[in-house]
Design a protein around this ligand. Structure first.
Ligand code: DAH
Length: 350
C-alpha cells in the first residue's frame, strides 16, 4: 500500500470535495461513499490505514493530517446526505401540493326515471282529493283482467288488448296472463272492501304488440276508482279537471266524449285542451286543439253486482291513465320507446 505524504492528502481532500459537489442523488452519493469512505475500497480509508506502515518519526504528523481529512470529509458527506433528504421531502411536498382554489369535481348523482317522476306527481294530485294507493299483481288471472270486467272468453272486446298469456302447468287450470291494464284492480279492491272506495292503483302493464312511437309492450298505468252513494259523472269530470290542471297548468280544461269500454257505462275518452297551442291547432294536438289523455267511465252496474255491491245503492267512476303518455305530453317526448331504451343522454334531461 502506497504511503501518501501529507501533501498528497491535500489533493485527495480537494478531489473528494469536488466529486461530492457533483452528487445530486442518493445513488451517486452511495457511489461516492464507496469510492472514498468504504471499508476495503475507500481511498480515504486506505489513507488512514497507511498510517501503520509509516515511519515512526512521521507518524504523528501524518496521523493528525489524515484524521483531520477523514473527519472533514465525513462531515461534508453527512451534510450532503441531509441536504439531499431535505430536497426529496421538499420535492414530494411540492408535487403533492393541493391548490385549494381549484373548483371541485362534481359527483354524478342519479335521479328518478321520468316515468317515476310523473307517476309521483299523478299520485300526489289524486291523494289531494282523498284517494289512497293500492297495488295488485302483474301476473294476473284472466278472470280479473277480462271476465270480471265484462269481457268473457271469445268476446270480441278482447281484441282491444293483445295479451301475453302465461303457460300454466296444468292444462284446464284458470288461464293466467300479464295484465294488459290496471283495471283488474277495480275488481280486486271492491272484493276486499265495502264502499266508500277511493283508490288509486299504479302499476306496469304488458301488451303483446309491435312497438312504434306510441306503443310499447310494457307501459305504466294508474287506475282510479271511486264508489259511493250518489257518485255521478260530474264527480268524474271534477276529479279529472283537477288532475289536468295539476299536470298541465291551472288554465286547462277537460272534455269528455263518448267511448266504449266493456266495464263502464257510459264510457268516455277524456281530452285536455292543448297546452301548446291553446286550442289553435298544432302538431301535438293534431290540429284539433284537444289531446286525448285517458279512458274513463261510470262503473258498470254488472261489475258492481259481480263483487256483491248493491248497484241500486252505489255508483262509481273509474279511469285508466297511461303514465308514459302523460310524461310524453308534459316533456314533449315524441317516442314512447325512449323511456326504456336506457340511453343516459335521454334520461339525464329529466
Ligand atoms: N283499462 C283501459 C285500457 O287500458 C283504460 C280504461 C278505460 C280504464 C276506462 C278505466 C275506464 O278505468 O273506466 O285501455
Amino acid at each position: 500500500m502506497t504511503v501518501l505524504p501529507v501533501a498528497e492528502l491535500e489533493n485527495l481532500r480537494v478531489q473528494a470535495e469536488q466529486d461530492l459537489a457533483q452528487v445530486t442523488d442518493d445513488a451517486a452519493l452511495e457511489a461516492w461513499r464507496i469510492r472514498y469512505l468504504s471499508r476495503g475500497q475507500g481511498r480515504i480509508t486506505a489513507a488512514v490505514e497507511a498510517l501503520r506502515s509509516i515511519a515512526a518519526d512521521q507518524r504523528r504528523e501524518y496521523g493528525q493530517a489524515v484524521n483531520a481529512l477523514k473527519r472533514a470529509v465525513e462531515e461534508q458527506f453527512t451534510a450532503r446526505r441531509e441536504a439531499l433528504a431535505r430536497r426529496r421531502i421538499e420535492d414530494t411536498v411540492q408535487r403533492g401540493r393541493i391548490d385549494v382554489t381549484l373548483p371541485g369535481r362534481p359527483k354524478p348523482l342519479g335521479r328518478l326515471h321520468p316515468t317515476t317522476q310523473t307517476l309521483r306527481d299523478m299520485i300526489a294530485a289524486f291523494q289531494e282529493l282523498g284517494f289512497n294507493v293500492a297495488e295488485g299483481p302483474e301476473v294476473e288471472w284472466d278472470w280479473y283482467n277480462f271476465s270480471k270486467l265484462r269481457i268473457p272468453p271469445d268476446h270480441p272486446a278482447r281484441d282491444m288488448w293483445d295479451t301475453f298469456w302465461v303457460d300454466v302447468e296444468h292444462e284446464g287450470e284458470r288461464p293466467m296472463l300479464l295484465r294488459t291494464h290496471t283495471s283488474p284492480n277495480q275488481i280486486r279492491v271492491m272484493e276486499r272492501q265495502e264502499p266508500p272506495v277511493r283508490v288509486l292503483v299504479p302499476g306496469r302493464c304488458y301488451r303483446f304488440e309491435a312497438t312504434d312511437a306510441t306503443h310499447e309492450w310494457m307501459l305504466t298505468q294508474v287506475e282510479l276508482l271511486a264508489v259511493d252513494e250518489g257518485i255521478s259523472l260530474a264527480d268524474l269530470k271534477g276529479t279529472l279537471d283537477h288532475f289536468a290542471k295539476r299536470m298541465f297548468g291551472p288554465d286547462r280544461q277537460v272534455m269528455l266524449h263518448h267511448s266504449y269500454f266493456p266495464f263502464v257505462e257510459p264510457g268516455v275518452e277524456v281530452a285536455v285542451d292543448c297546452f301548446l297551442c291553446r286550442g289553435d291547432g298544432c302538431r301535438t294536438c293534431k290540429g284539433s286543439g284537444w289531446i286525448e289523455i285517458l279512458g274513463a267511465g261510470m262503473v258498470h252496474p254488472e261489475a258492481l253486482e259481480g263483487v256483491g255491491y248493491d248497484s241500486r245503492r252505489y255508483t262509481g267512476f273509474a279511469a285508466g291513465i297511461g303514465v308514459e303518455r302523460i310524461a310524453m305530453l308534459r316533456h314533449g317526448i315524441d317516442d314512447i320507446r325512449e323511456f326504456y331504451r336506457n340511453d343516459i343522454r335521454f334520461l339525464e334531461q329529466f
